[in-house]
Design a protein around this ligand. Structure first.
Ligand SMILES: [Zn+2]
Length: 251
């Protein structure tokens, strides 16, 4: 298990996750958290990571069939077949997953789109968001925070958020129609900063504790898949978050 991850650091996270071993490094941006300090409670530690190109996927991550929507799915409420989750198959359609259940990993897949992970130390609720330009235009990250608040009383000011590697403003050129969705009028094309727009949406929701990777998936072919660069050949990186049982000794 990794040591504490505090503040805007990029550190390797390695260790057993839900029955498999993540030996390749992932990126982590949220500080180490634990639950279950009271007597009789199950002790859990928060595990999370933004996948790299060659990072193996842990098993048992609840996923959704991503459709560039603003649909937020409560993984615990879906009553999904455990076998489907064990095989990392989608439990339904959507573009963000949330849960407040311990020992439940949720994740989203990206290759240029913005992956965002959320964790609330007060309630234990976590979220994983897939925000491409369509999801960003539909404020999916704000919708996810709102849903976590409505279901479990999550207070935005308590939330920790981490924005993972995505196609950067350096490489993300869009045309007139997409630009217009973000209130930008232009005659040719313009560069969009999707990570920054999602960051702004989080701040507008009252989430101020935000770590930003700042890495561009298009610029770093050895580290990341990029749909724009590799087209149909592009694989996907898994970003995941959740609580894992822990014996409490190795912090
Ligand atoms: Zn770039």
């Amino acid at each position: 298990m990794s040591g504490p991850v505090v503040g805007p650091l990029v550190v390797p996270v390695a260790g057993p996750v839900a029955g498999s071993v993540v030996s390749a490094p992932n990126l982590a941006g949220i500080e180490l958290m634990r639950r279950g300090d009271r007597a009789g409670e199950e002790r859990c530690v928060l595990v999370h990571g933004f996948g790299l190109r060659d990072a193996p996927w842990p098993d048992g991550v609840a996923l959704v069939r991503q459709i560039h929507s603003d649909i937020v799915v409560d993984a615990g409420a879906e009553d999904a077949d455990p076998e489907v989750i064990r095989k990392n198959e989608p439990i339904c359609e959507g573009d963000a997953l949330i849960t407040d259940r311990p020992e439940s990993l949720i994740g989203i897949k990206t290759a240029d789109c913005v992956p965002i992970l959320l964790a609330d130390p007060a309630t234990g609720a976590v979220g994983a968001v897939h925000a491409g330009w369509r999801g960003t235009a539909q404020h999916i990250v704000a919708g996810t925070v709102r849903e976590m608040s409505a279901r479990w009383g999550v207070r935005p000011e308590n939330l920790r958020a981490a924005i993972g590697p995505a196609i950067g403003v350096c490489c993300y050129q869009v045309g007139v129609e997409v630009a217009r969705r973000f209130g930008i009028e232009c005659s040719g094309s313009v560069h969009l900063d999707l990570a920054k727009i999602n960051h702004q949406q989080l701040v507008q929701m009252g989430v101020s504790n935000v770590w930003v990777s700042g890495e561009c998936t298009f610029c770093s072919p050895l580290r990341f898949y990029s749909f724009r660069r590799e087209r149909e050949q592009a694989g996907r990186m898994l970003s995941y978050i959740g609580w894992q049982k822990h014996d409490g000794r190795a912090f």
